[in-house]
Design a protein around this ligand. Structure first.
Ligand SMILES: Nc1ncnc2c1ncn2[C@@H]1O[C@H](COP(=O)(O)OP(=O)(O)OP(=O)(O)O)[C@@H](O)[C@H]1O
Length: 589
């Protein structure tokens, strides 16, 4: 409503100021104090008043537009976070297309093309089109309706032209999107610290700069081509048409006034309305980009939400039973699994029981499905067929977050939070208030307390080089921090500890020592240790060998050696290499 008023006010000013000009000759003739002079003063006061109100309300309208933008954007940010942090599954985040849509939604926000801009831009359009409507009506009433129609047509022709240029970006989005994503990837690779070592060591810096340049140019060239086309001949035609029409209308008004068919007031009003309307045929900075692109992030987010919902198994969202503390073991019953969009069974009729109170080691070559098994256990994916039972209840029927509090999982690619050491450990049980004593105890159990003591602020040290007071840990120390996080979770009620390749950053001897120490400490706890190295986990209560998504051997270290099967073969191979002083890892990868 405010914007309608802001749109109408310039029309009011035009009327009042035209009356001022129209009544000036009579006022001059009548002199000071004459009725004509009085009318002139009233018209002048009204026009000044209208101008004043207009100057007062226009900034208010802009400010309210900004408030609207920030409110809409705030809500949208919440929606993006809520969509990407949905806790039922991660299939959408790991799917190329869906993840691309989520990236697009966030990227549009970073580029300042937000739903808030669309909302504020739409509201700002109300001002512009109310103005155009007002000028058209004034011209129609004061001069002629055909002149009003022509001027309105000219303005809209310019507007259509400007919008056509803006629309080019939307039309080319399917081509530009992947290219832009590629160029952003190369830019981030070149400017971020993560890849800095390798790009220099391998001499990739020149290659990186060239790939960034070529992919950025490939994304921009189609836009430049289309823009030249839209801004070239079509623009020239529109300009010629607009200028000719405007000149014709103005000339006609002048000749009518000269012939005495149009009063001075009507002439001034007609000229003002014509020029005012035509000046509205411009590009609207406050509206055009926002209304054209602002909703793209919304559509991209909707696509991501739909794809995630379709990719995640429906039971994941539906399960609501509360999870009782896990007392017995966990059983994988004939579990098969293929990643969404793939027919390949990564797990194929897997039968496995993780016994309570035992340390079970799961070994298998790269790609045999070990991490996938942990993702199913954590309910980040649901089995394609079969069931995972905890104390005899299908975990798919349990409320996902409640079930996850029963397990403490450290993935291979665990998170390194750029927060304090204490936070990194206490995230193991984030739903409970952090307990410094138990944090220190977990750090001690994970064998990282010595390294923490040497940090400038102990447990309070920020683990990030981005801060002056921050510190960086080695890969092996980070792994111990992650282990401390899992132990802290166990200390707060988690019943099953899962470590997926917890020692990949340790050297062979440190790894062997870690496993020996860990397995000894974990006695009596339900633990699942995952490794692709067969030699390290020989002290586990039980060793399960996974191959092509199935259990192929199951027993103690000694019984598996006696069987002389897969485990024995690979164990012997590693042991011989180790004795020969070669890198064990090299044999198996
Ligand atoms: N998100 C995913 N989408 C599609 N396929 C996947 C995905 N993650 C893993 N895979 C495939 O599933 C198979 C098993 O992978 P998984 O990570 O479970 O193996 P792994 O035994 O843990 O291997 P590693 O010892 O190398 O960690 C691999 O062939 C892999 O390519």
């Amino acid at each position: 409503m405010l914007n309608v008023l802001v749109g109408v006010l310039p029309g009011g000013f035009m009327i009042a100021s035209s009356i001022v000009v129209g009544s000036a000759p009579a006022a001059v003739v009548g002199g000071l104090g004459s009725p004509a002079w009085g009318s002139l003063v009233v018209a002048f006061a009204v026009s000044a008043g209208l101008l004043f109100v207009q100057q007062l309300l226009a900034p208010l309208s802009v400010s309210l537009g900004r408030v609207l933008k920030h409110q809409v954007d705030g809500r949208f940010h919440d929606q993006i976070l809520a969509a990407s942090l949905r806790s039922t599954g991660i299939a959408g985040l790991e799917d190329h297309q869906a993840a691309g849509d989520l990236w697009l939604a966030a990227e549009q926000l970073e580029r300042g093309r937000t739903p808030g801009d669309a909302a504020a831009g739409t509201v700002a359009l109300v001002v512009k089109y109310t103005q155009l409507a007002t000028y058209t009506v004034l011209l129609g009433v004061a001069v002629s309706w055909w002149a009003a129609a022509v001027v309105c047509l000219v303005t809209m022709t310019f507007r259509v032209g400007h919008r056509a240029v803006v629309r080019i970006y939307t039309r080319l989005r399917p081509i530009m999107g992947p290219l832009r994503r590629e160029s952003m990837y190369f830019r981030d690779l070149g400017t971020g610290p993560g890849a800095a070592k390798e790009t220099r060591v391998f001499g990739l810096t020149g290659w990186l700069a060239e790939r960034y340049r070529s992919s950025a140019l490939a994304a921009l060239r189609p836009v430049w081509r289309e823009r030249r086309r839209a801004n070239g001949v079509a623009f020239a035609w529109r300009t010629v048409f607009g200028v000719v029409m405007a000149v014709l209308v103005l000339a006609w008004m002048l000749s009518s006034a000269a012939a005495g068919q149009l009063s001075l007031t009507h002439l001034v009003l007609g000229v003002q309305a014509t020029l005012g309307a035509i000046s509205l045929g411009e590009f609207y900075h406050e509206s055009d980009n926002g209304t054209q692109f602002g909703m793209q992030s919304v559509s991209a987010l909707r696509r991501f939400q739909e794809a995630s919902a379709a990719l995640d198994a429906p039971q994941a969202a539906a399960s609501t039973e509360s999870a009782a503390p896990l007392l017995g073991g966990v059983r994988f019953k004939n579990v098969s699994f293929a990643y969404p969009g793939s027919d390949r069974l990564v797990l194929d009729g897997l039968d496995l029981t993780i016994q309570a109170g035992q340390c079970t080691a799961l070994v298998g070559l790269n790609g045999s499905g070990k991490t996938t098994l942990v993702k199913l256990l954590s309910r980040l994916y649901e089995p394609t067929s079969g069931a995972i039972l905890a104390d005899g209840r299908a975990i798919s029927s349990l409320e996902a977050d409640a079930w996850r509090r029963q397990i403490a999982v450290i993935f291979q690619d665990f998170n390194r939070y750029e927060l304090s050491v204490a936070d990194n450990i206490a995230f193991g049980a984030v739903e409970q208030p952090a307990d410094p004593g138990r944090v220190a105890a977990a750090a001690h159990k994970a064998g990282i307390d010595g390294a923490i003591a040497k940090l400038p602020h102990g447990l309070g040290t920020l683990l990030s080089r981005r801060y002056a007071e921050g510190a960086e840990l080695s890969g092996g120390q980070w792994q111990r921090i992650a282990l401390a996080r899992a132990l802290y979770a166990m200390d707060h009620g988690a019943r099953l500890l899962v470590l997926d390749e917890p020692t990949s950053a340790l050297d062979v001897r440190a790894e062997a020592a870690f496993y020996e120490e860990f397995i000894a400490n974990a006695r009596g706890r339900t633990t699942l240790l995952i490794s692709h190295r067969f030699s390290s986990i020989r002290h586990a209560d039980r060793i399960v060998v996974l191959e092509h998504g199935r259990v192929v051997e199951d027993g103690t270290h000694q019984s598996l050696l006696d069987q002389g099967g897969r485990y024995a073969g690979l164990y012997d191979l590693q042991a011989r290499r180790f004795q020969a002083g070669e890198d064990i890892e090299g044999t198996e990868r």
